[in-house]
Design a protein around this ligand. Structure first.
Ligand code: VTB
Ligand code: MG
Ligand code: MG
Length: 323
């Protein structure tokens, strides 16, 4: 992949964030999601790459844009797999809550796991604990390993987990072990990434969330030197069949970071829609100007860039709101 691609990709997440932020607080999650998807789709057309969506907004028959299998880019340039979540946190935006982002991961063709839209168990840590964790370990053992790796007392360890009844037992065990639990409502990509950024104070991410978000998080963790493991959780026969159709012979196999994102050339870009763990959201500054905050990283060089941009919305006809 060309290194310029990373900076091109951030223009796409910026556009999606700007479009969906205009729907913040209006109680309309589908409109917020639709605006992000449309803006992302439009911007992709101008990028020199020969891309194919491997994680997207669904299949052709259910999603008009950014569906799995859709070709993206001009067709010239690097052959890449593209994973998108145009708006990670549609409910968040509808309600004006924190932590929504527009996200893309791009990697060499054939290197991103093709994950169906279903649940996935996940665990993520930063670089100190990389290579030391296993999803198969009991949570108590994992906490000891991460505490030692991060040179903290168990008492000071922060485990980030999505607030859902399915995690009740896990939460009880984490607290009984003596660690601290930080809940989030939606948006587990930001939560997984937080473990690899020491300034967040988050040490361990664990729990069951979306499989697409899992693969996207893995691209970021690879760039940050962190680690992640996962396991798909098929809920019925249909989901099992879908896993097999996507090339996973054993749908319940343990997926290591290398199984989620192969090789060492993945790009991750995200722009904040509402402020959260990782990024500030879109701010409308007045005078038709909006500020965005993005993060872009590439696993090959491990460079992490934060980009703050001012956009003059009246000069961007694509981003006018269709209210
Ligand atoms: C997660 C999270 C998403 O869905 O994947 C989660 O990253 C899955 O769990 O932001 P639920 O079905 O319980 O929500 C979201 O919260 C929403 O897409
Ligand atoms: Mg989404
Ligand atoms: Mg999502």
């Amino acid at each position: 992949m060309d290194r310029e691609l990373a900076l091109e990709i951030v223009r796409v997440t910026e556009a999606a964030a700007l479009a969906s932020a205009q729907w913040m607080g209006r109680g309309k999650k589908n409109e917020a999601d639709g605006a992000a998807t449309k803006a992302m789709r439009t911007m992709f057309d101008s990028i020199n790459m020969d891309g194919i969506v491997v994680i997207g907004e669904g299949e052709l028959d259910e999603a008009p844009m950014l569906y799995i299998g859709e070709k993206l880019g001009t067709g010239y340039g690097p052959k890449v797999d593209v994973a998108v979540d145009p708006l990670e946190g549609t409910n968040i935006v509808a309600k004006g809550h924190p932590n929504a982002m527009a996200i893309i991961a791009v990697a060499d063709k054939g290197t991103l796991l093709h994950a169906p839209d279903m649940y996935m168990e996940k665990i993520a840590v930063g670089k100190n604990a990389a290579g030391k964790i296993s999803l198969d370990d009991p949570i108590e053992k994992t906490i000891d390993i991460v505490a030692e790796a991060n040179n903290k007392r168990v008492h000071d360890l922060t485990v980030i987990i999505q607030e859902r009844p399915r995690h009740d037992e896990l939460v009880e065990r984490i607290r009984a072990k003596g660690a601290r639990v930080k809940f989030f409502g939606d948006g587990d990509v930001a939560a997984a990434i937080a473990t690899a950024l020491p300034q967040t104070g988050v040490d361990l991410f664990i729990g069951t969330g979306g499989a697409p978000e899992g693969v996207i998080s893995a691209a970021a963790l690879k760039s940050l030197g962190g680690d992640m493991q996962a396991r798909l959780v098929p809920m019925n026969e249909e989901e099992e069949t879908r896993c097999r159709q996507m090339g996973l012979e054993n749908p319940r196999q343990l997926l290591r970071l290398e199984d989620l994102v192969k090789g060492d050339d993945a790009i991750f870009a995200a722009t904040g829609v509402s402020s959260g763990e990782l990024l500030e959201g879109v701010t409308f500054l007045g005078g038709g100007v909006a500020e965005t905050h993005s993060i872009i990283m590439r696993s090959k060089t491990r460079t992490v860039r934060y980009i703050k941009a001012h956009h003059h919305l009246d000069h961007k006809p694509n981003l006018q709101m269709d209210l």
